[in-house]
Design a protein around this ligand. Structure first.
Ligand code: HEC
Ligand code: HEC
Length: 308
């Protein structure tokens, strides 16, 4: 017998043996599981076909000699036969191209799956469940929930005690420090973009009504910054009343659509910062779109509680 066939039979028997050993030994065994029986039958067929097809071609390479018309081109004595494209191959090629175009233009866009889409759907479903489950939480429990959100999401920058880690981020135990107020007065601010009629003007746009609408002076900036940072107490009340009160309210707690609360934190303010991010004299605070509405409310309640 030809040596190749002998090798073919040896390989077939060996592979079947390995398949039998691995399948029959597994749970369910070979005999009491029809799926395993089918699998091993399929394996037998595949191994047989593969081995004998390979043998056929190896033999053909050994004995065949080429015939047909040679093309005119010749590369260092190596020529090329002119063969017709096999019909089956040509049809398959054309069909593949047509399918490819269909898939590219219609099939994928219509049936498309995207991981981001699935993630977004799952997140929305989770948030809906979360909100339904926790919608009644208020008071101390809301603050507690906010603290855990804070420890998970915010402490990396604001520090475990929310003190801002030596000026790396805002100290949230106070509403705002004097140097930040000063920076805002000098440069203006338009961070939160939320329904205010105007941004906070820079110092050229701030007029002191008490001083006959004169531009705000350096000394007035110092005073009013300290006044705001001290929780609206001390010197500077007159400058505040003449320059800032119209937008931030006489007591500093903000005026609808004119200016935010600069006296103390409140949930609306923190939610704004989380929705839009904020850049100031200290640095950049990122937006937190991934928190859901209840989590924002909770962390707002927690931050508000820190300076009360
Ligand atoms: C024309 C209205 C207007 C006037 C006048 C005005 N502000 Fe503002 N202020 C705003 C608005 C609007 C914002 C919010 C800007 C933003 O979204 O970034 C703001 C923001 C601020 C902030 C930043 C708050 C934060 O969370 O960082 C401070 C501090 C502040 N103002 C202080 C003052 C002081 C002090 C004065 C007076 C010297 C003053 N503002 C006058 C409208 C005004
Ligand atoms: C990557 C660092 C970073 C993270 C994380 C971060 N912050 Fe901030 N945050 C900052 C910086 C920096 C500022 C100061 C911005 C400025 O210069 O006024 C700030 C400012 C703030 C302010 C003050 C806004 C104002 O109007 O005065 C609040 C409120 C705040 N962050 C809340 C949060 C909350 C809540 C979280 C967690 C959900 C959080 N931050 C996470 C960096 C961060």
């Amino acid at each position: 017998m030809n040596k190749l066939y002998l090798w073919g039979i040896i390989i077939t028997v060996l592979m079947l043996l390995f398949t039998y050993i691995s399948v029959a030994g597994s749970e369910g065994g070979l005999n009491d599981d029809i799926v395993n029986m089918l699998a091993i039958t399929g394996a037998v067929a595949l191994v047989l076909i593969t081995v004998f097809v390979v043998i056929k071609y190896v033999r053909q390479m050994q004995v065949d000699s080429a015939t047909g018309d040679l093309a005119d081109e010749n590369w260092d004595g190596i020529g090329e036969y002119k063969n017709e494209v096999p019909t089956g191959w040509a049809i398959t090629f054309l069909l593949t191209m047509i399918w490819g175009m269909w898939y590219w233009t219609v099939g994928y866009p219509v049936n498309s799956y995207s991981q981001i889409g699935e993630y977004n759907e799952d997140t929305a479903a989770h948030n809906a469940k979360f909100e339904a489950q926790y919608k009644d939480i208020t008071g101390d429990r809301l603050v507690e929930m906010g603290e855990s959100v804070f420890l998970a999401e915010c402490k990396v920058c604001h520090g475990i005690n929310a003190d801002g880690i030596d000026g790396k981020a805002a100290n949230l135990n106070i509403r705002i420090d004097a140097s930040s107020v000063k920076h805002v007065i000098e440069n203006g601010s338009n961070n939160q973009l939320l329904g205010f009629a105007m941004p906070m003007p820079d110092r050229n746009g701030l007029m002191n009504a008490n001083a006959g609408y004169a531009p705000i002076t350096d000394a007035e900036i110092e005073k009013v910054s300290a006044y705001v940072a001290n929780g609206m107490t001390g010197e500077g009340a007159d400058v505040y009343a003449g320059t800032c009160a119209m937008c931030h309210g006489a007591d500093g707690t903000g005026v609808d659509s004119m200016g935010p609360n600069i006296k103390k934190f409140d949930t609306a303010l923190v939610t704004n910062v989380l929705n839009f991010g904020k850049k100031g004299s200290i640095g950049a605070m990122p937006k937190f779109e991934r928190l859901n509405a209840k989590q924002k409310e909770a962390v707002g309640a927690y931050i508000t509680s820190l300076s009360e």
